[in-house]
Design a protein around this ligand. Structure first.
Ligand code: SF4
Length: 378
């Protein structure tokens, strides 16, 4: 344990936020070996347009070499520090939305993409910035063109919920909704409950990786008081599963009925069997269901750096399915602009299909984990 992690302020989420590293000079201060690194100039250029922010906690997770340079392949460094790699035809252009279609935005912050639920962009900021974010226009752009959480936008969102009883669920997402203060979240949840006492409330967060101290007892009580049903944790690598992460998990488990995890599938971070195994088993052991493994979304930043083939994810998940409980194996989804789509874990061989024979009997034909053709009669 370093001296700084022993300070009482270390586990104060506001202190973590206020002491985040956001400039090149501060990064060099944290990693002195960077000063004589060939990466310095590229980093300076990247920071001109992209938001970068690392809490002292997330800085502490990054491993360094003997010269106090961050290891290039460190999973936290790889996620949080921009790097403009080779151009790709599917690269983000810094201006075009890839996920929030205009006709889905029923208010500036409320997206009605799926039939029975809406996503509310409760904040355009985060504890730290994932350089592959598919909400990049909101989060990574220093001069974000997206509207933020204003009183008028929030009232318009409440009016929409009140007028649309077919909306059965509201998802507070972002950015990072837990960048808001407890008082603000409390007021927002209360106002949702005032217009829609029946609605399911879900919240998505990456705070447990970047600032797990955000999960205070007061926050947990607020979520419980307003009957938040589910919290989705976003996580990418087993090194994020620290003691502090699980302390936060346990606090949430006492307050919220359902905890699950969404995992972005990222080249150089988690496209590896043992890494995915450790991540999924670690979450499952802690009582968090690994729910989705997300394929990289085209036209998000860092395509040539982060996108790994979908066939690789399918192959890894098929192998996982033979090795660990199905409860610990996430569903593989592609975030298509029309909505997420689950891919079957099929590789090679003909796809699963239902066939009817001459007598009218149906049978399911599929390829098993050994690659053998199988028939399941009805
Ligand atoms: S925390 Fe979430 S919203 Fe924020 S940059 Fe990362 S992926 Fe995007």
């Amino acid at each position: 344990m370093s001296e700084v992690t022993r300070l009482p302020c270390w586990s104060d989420w506001k202190w973590q936020q206020q002491n985040s590293v956001t400039t090149l000079e501060e990064l060099v201060g944290a990693f002195p070996g960077l000063a004589c690194s060939s990466r310095l100039e590229a980093l300076r250029n990247a920071l001109d347009t992209r938001r970068v922010s690392l809490t002292p906690y997330s800085l502490g997770l990054i491993q360094t070499d003997a010269a106090q340079r961050p290891l290039e392949q460190d999973p936290l460094w790889a996620q949080l520090i921009p790097e403009f790699a080779a151009p790709s035809p599917f690269e983000y252009d810094g201006t075009t939305e890839n996920w929030e279609l205009d006709h889905e935005m029923v208010t500036g912050i409320c997206q009605h993409k799926y039939d029975n639920r809406v996503i509310v962009r409760a904040a355009n900021v985060c504890h730290a910035y994932c350089q592959f974010c598919y909400e990049a226009l909101r989060t990574l752009e220093i001069r974000s063109p997206k509207p933020g959480l204003k009183k008028s936008e929030w009232q318009a969102t409440l009016d929409y919920l009140e007028a649309h009883p077919e909306v059965e669920e509201v998802i507070l997402s972002g950015g990072e909704p837990l960048m808001l203060s407890d008082a603000r979240l409390d007021a927002m949840l209360q106002s949702i409950r005032a217009v829609r006492p029946d609605i399911v409330i879900r919240l998505h967060t990456r705070a447990l990786t970047f600032n797990p101290f955000r999960i205070t007892q007061a926050l947990a009580s607020t979520l419980a008081r307003h009957q938040v049903t589910a919290v989705g944790l976003h996580v990418a690598h087993p090194r994020e599963l620290t003691d502090a992460f699980f302390t936060a998990v346990r606090a949430l488990q006492r307050a919220v009925p359902l905890l699950f995890a969404n995992i972005p599938f990222l080249a150089g971070v988690n496209n590896h069997l043992q890494t995915l195994r450790d991540l999924c088993m670690g979450l499952y052991r802690g009582g968090v269901t690994p729910h989705y493994l997300y394929q990289f979304m085209p036209f998000s930043p860092g395509h040539s750096r982060y996108a790994a083939p979908a066939s690789e994810a399918i192959s890894l998940l098929r192998q996982l399915k033979r090795r660990i409980s199905n409860l610990a194996v996430p569903e593989f989804v592609i975030p298509h602009v029309t909505g997420k789509h689950t891919l079957p874990l099929e590789l090679g061989g003909p796809p699963t299909r239902i066939e009817t024979d001459a007598e009218g009997n149906e049978a399911i034909h599929f390829t098993n984990w050994k690659g053998q053709a199988c028939v399941f009669p009805q």
